[in-house]
Design a protein around this ligand. Structure first.
Ligand SMILES: Cc1cc2nc3c(=O)[nH]c(=O)nc-3n(C[C@H](O)[C@H](O)[C@H](O)COP(=O)(O)O)c2cc1C
Length: 170
């Protein structure tokens, strides 16, 4: 897989994402590594553009791009099981992003944790109500998935700032 060509894409073609591809993506996310092997992450799949659009109201800023997204996956985690729920959910979310890229799909992360919607209501609360998410689960983010309809340049070696790498000592 070419990791450097992965970019966040916020405009999608009006083409549905094949169920087989969503299943492939979910398979990789389900076996993503978790702290203490807690495996507390679960996934809420949105397969219809009209359902994805309902999420626009969950957050007052940065969610308008969902307008054209045909599908997506919300990453939620059982906090009774997973003490490292944020880390576990982040790993699962990035796994979704990378597997989608591997399958020729584009994605963009929509942050829901510690974000706010209408009347300053926490996005997590609005999302919980919308999806019947139990109290012992938290939501981290929603990953929009679709066939990209905008060109964003691949990263190149020029973007790879090796001065950020330290060996043994900072
Ligand atoms: C934790 C996290 C939260 C993000 N939240 C949003 C978001 O709510 N809305 C959005 O449009 N992009 C969001 N992004 C995407 C970033 O804006 C994007 O990754 C960054 O601008 C770099 O661009 P690239 O992904 O094309 O390399 C988020 C990314 C991460 C990792």
């Amino acid at each position: 897989m070419d990791f450097l060509s992965r970019r966040s894409i916020r405009k999608y073609k009006d083409i549905p994402v094949e169920k087989e591809k969503l299943d492939e993506i979910l398979k990789t996310a389900i076996v993503a590594p978790t702290g203490h092997n807690a495996k507390g992450c679960e996934f809420i799949v949105f397969e219809k553009p009209e359902d994805v659009r309902k999420l626009i109201g969950v957050k007052s800023m940065g969610a308008v791009f969902l307008e054209t997204a045909p599908a997506g996956i919300a990453v939620v985690c059982n906090t009774d099981k997973a003490k490292t729920w944020i880390e576990d959910s982040s790993v699962a979310a990035y796994t979704i992003i990378l597997k989608a890229h591997d399958l020729g799909l584009s994605t963009c992360w929509l942050q829901l944790k510690e974000r706010f919607g209408k009347d300053n209501r926490p996005s997590e609360e609005i999302f919980r109500e919308m999806t019947n998410l139990p109290e012992n689960y938290n939501v981290l983010c929603f990953i929009a998935i679709g066939y990209g309809d905008e060109e964003r340049p691949s990263y190149t070696d020029k973007d790879v700032d090796l001065s950020k790498v330290h060996y043994n000592k900072f």
